[in-house]
Ligand binder design. Structure first.
Ligand SMILES: Nc1ncnc2c1ncn2[C@@H]1O[C@H](COP(=O)(O)OP(=O)(O)OP(=O)(O)O)[C@@H](O)[C@H]1O
Ligand SMILES: [Mg+2]
Length: 273
């Protein structure tokens, strides 16, 4: 994996989100919808996987791949899709979607139904860590996706996911710890947690949560030959997160820039009509 190349790729995607920008394109597009616990993101790439457009919003309509508010989710996806269509001057008619590892049956179907209710045919449903692995260009190692509600663990071998697990710990857990420590509301704790300027003060307080996450990961990967851990998901954004993981696990741990955007990008990469 060429981390510099991966980071530049993610940065070019982030630029589109931040600036509401669109890159010029020719031919068919690839689309991905990420229905996360904390964020919903639509990503648009061209056939060569160059980022073309994206839109994202904070939302709490889905929890860990389970839909809490179907109508709300459809409304958000429709709105993000319309925003992008307006900027692109082109309709988005199909998409890929993703689910946490181990999601089966009706829960898988309902994620697709949301996209279809927003008038996009779902051409592929993949699991989130496989989406992340596409962006990282890896076929060995463990992908750990620390999201809002859950932490997904996937072990890859020869390009295939050979083990997956989903644990109920993530960024929400960290915010709850901060809220308790400072005796502030959850919303205030969320804000404090994301304030880069206060990271030095905040990280030691949530560090035990991170260490606990690392020990959970350790249990899952024991018995497998894992030489590298790749961190993705918004909740591992802290500077010292990977160091803490590496110390607990004794395994080289890598994190790309803006880990929050990796899975959304990877979903669109896997949009194959
Ligand atoms: N700069 C930051 N520092 C710390 N935490 C952050 C930062 N930015 C986002 N987060 C946290 O990351 C989490 C959201 O990450 P992400 O978008 O990967 O989750 P999700 O895909 O919506 O959730 P899930 O995968 O669990 O369904 C939230 O808990 C959020 O508070
Ligand atoms: Mg996620």
């Amino acid at each position: 994996m060429d981390m510099l190349k991966v980071n530049n790729y993610i940065k070019s995607f982030k630029h589109l989100i931040q600036e509401n920008a669109v890159n010029s394109f020719t031919g068919e597009l690839k689309v991905g919808v990420d229905l996360g616990t904390a964020n919903i993101v639509i990503s648009v790439l061209d056939k060569e996987n160059n980022p073309i457009a994206a839109a994202s919003t904070g939302a709490s309509v889905v929890r860990d791949g389970l839909v809490l508010d179907y109508v709300g989710a459809v409304e958000i996806v429709k709105k993000l899709k319309e925003d992008i269509e307006e900027r692109l001057g082109k309709k988005l008619t199909y998409t890929a979607a993703a689910v946490p590892p181990g999601t089966i049956g009706g829960n898988r179907r309902i994620i697709a139904n949301i996209c279809e209710s927003a008038y996009m045919e779902v051409v592929n449903i993949i699991d989130e860590p496989s989406a992340a692995a596409s962006v990282l260009h890896i076929d060995e190692g463990a992908v750990v996706d620390v999201g809002g509600g859950t932490t997904g663990i996937s072990i890859l071998k020869d390009g295939k996911v050979i083990y997956t697990a989903d644990e109920p710990t993530g960024g929400t857990h960290m915010s709850l710890v901060l809220a308790g420590y400072y005796k502030i509301s959850f919303e205030e704790a969320e804000k404090l947690k994301r304030d880069n300027k206060r990271e030095q003060e905040v990280f030691p307080i949530i560090k035990p949560v991170v260490e606990r996450m690392a020990s959970i990961v350790k249990n899952h990967i024991s018995g497998y030959e894992v030489n590298k851990i790749y961190l993705v998901g918004g909740a591992c954004s802290f500077n010292d997160f990977e160091k803490t993981f590496e110390r607990e696990l004794g395994i080289a741990t890598l994190k790309p820039v803006d880990p929050l955007l990796v899975t959304p990008l990877g979903i669109a990469m896997n949009c194959c009509k």
